[in-house]
Design a protein around this ligand. Structure first.
Ligand code: CU
Length: 227
């Protein structure tokens, strides 16, 4: 942009006239260049459009493949209208998963923690999963309320951080389930077959905690059919 001061001398004015002329020439050169570029671009687009009508291959639509995601819940004796003698239960306890696929499971657990006894602390560590566990605290009074911050872990506190486990010995799978939380994990199902899963945190009745729910199909034990 040209700025002229009121105190310009005749020499200054002459210089200014020359500069103005030079700027005029430069501006017109730029203008011609821009017009040329626009022309080339327009020609290219037109050519491309004309070509695509006859030669471009048809677009291949690839359907997005979402990983199968399954939900289980763990309900307390209160919720089930039972007692400690019947115990908490996985719902459902028996279900089918696709063979040879990565699947994601979310276990929505309404129950509180049960300390893993001495010698069983290993069950607080996830095994056979892909990546980490994702844990989102659950408001058991308003479970569909505001989402809470998700944390990831591969191991939980064996004394206070584990409520139940989802363990399939034959598949080398062990998932510690956090108390009053949604625990989400992914694993590879493998070959077709029938697999028993078992909770390994003694949450049942009796001195050892291995009675009642722990031994009953449909409570802390069930069948995964991989097909
Ligand atoms: Cu259990």
């Amino acid at each position: 942009m040209l700025v002229q001061t009121s105190a310009a001398t005749s020499e200054d004015q002459e210089t200014t006239v020359k500069k103005t002329a030079a700027i005029g020439v430069t501006a017109s050169t730029i203008g011609v260049t821009i017009l040329f570029i626009l022309g080339v671009v327009a020609w290219s687009i037109g050519r491309g459009a004309a070509g695509s009508a006859t030669t471009a291959p048809a677009a291949v639509k690839v359907a997005p493949t979402a990983m199968p995601h399954y939900y289980l819940s763990i309900e307390t004796p209160d919720m089930l209208g039972g007692t400690e003698d019947t115990g908490p239960a996985y719902v459902p306890a028996s279900f089918t998963l696709p063979a040879n696929e990565d699947v994601t499971l979310t276990i929505v657990n309404f129950d509180d923690a049960t300390a893993l006894p001495a010698g069983s602390e290993d069950y607080a560590t996830a095994k056979g999963i892909k990546g980490s566990l994702s844990i989102e605290p659950l408001d058991t009074v308003n479970p569909n309320g505001v989402a809470k911050a998700v944390t990831t872990a591969t191991s939980l506190d064996p004394a206070k951080g584990v409520s139940h486990t989802f363990t399939i010995v034959k598949l080398g799978l062990n998932v510690p389930v956090a108390p009053k939380a949604r625990t989400t994990f992914t694993f590879h199902t493998g070959a077709a077959g029938s697999y028993t899963w078992q909770c390994m945190d003694p949450c049942g009745c009796g001195d050892t905690g291995w009675g009642c729910a722990m031994g009953h199909m449909g409570y802390m034990r069930g069948t995964v059919t991989v097909a």
